[in-house]
Design a protein around this ligand. Structure first.
Ligand code: FES
Length: 103
């Protein structure tokens, strides 16, 4: 599994999110109480950017129509068997890296 360097962890404080493009994939990063999580940055409904959603705790609500996701797993709140892709994150030496291989 290859981790790709994204940003300094200081650029993504707890409670914040941001969109990044990694190896051709649009990814939404979320910092949940100091732990960074990465999921696909496209709502299952109509593709709105989840990084721009309303983020609280470990949940993000899509700004377009309110579908809610667990940012730690990508699972859709109302139907957890559905969801968006979730990617492994590694934080080392103050840097955030994401692995997108095979997804
Ligand atoms: S596009 Fe996300 S809820 Fe409609």
């Amino acid at each position: 599994m290859e981790f790709i360097d994204i940003c300094a962890v200081d650029e993504l404080p707890p409670g914040k999110s941001r969109a990044v493009r990694v190896a051709g994939k649009d990814i939404a990063l979320f910092n949940v109480a100091g732990t960074v999580h990465a999921i696909a940055n496209a709502c299952l409904h109509q593709g709105s950017a989840l990084a721009d959603g309303i983020f609280s705790g470990r949940t993000v609500a899509c700004r377009a129509h309110g579908w809610r996701y667990d940012v730690t797993t990508g699972a859709l709140a109302v139907s957890p068997e559905l969801g968006v892709a979730c990617y492994p994150v590694e934080v080392a030496d103050g840097r955030v890296a994401v692995a997108v291989n095979g997804k």
